[in-house]
Design a protein. Structure first.
Length: 67
């Protein structure tokens, strides 16, 4: 199963809202994925175990594209 991380400044309101919308879109397209809302500070630790990330605020560092 694919894993999507949605990160915002605090990991509460905005990321939860966006994560909910991402889940709905994926479900409509019949794509199975785990979607998790987190705070932007956790992104550095969690990005290693995800397939896609959505950052609502700009991360302090750039994350390249893994192939």
């Amino acid at each position: 199963m694919k894993r999507v991380i949605v990160a915002c400044g605090s990991g509460v309101a905005t990321s939860q809202t966006v994560a909910s919308k991402v889940k709905r879109i994926l479900s409509e397209k019949k794509i199975s994925a785990e979607v998790e809302a987190v705070d932007i500070k956790s992104l550095d630790h969690l990005i290693k175990n995800c397939d896609v990330y959505v950052a609502i605020t700009k991360p302090k560092k750039a994350y390249g594209i893994r192939r």
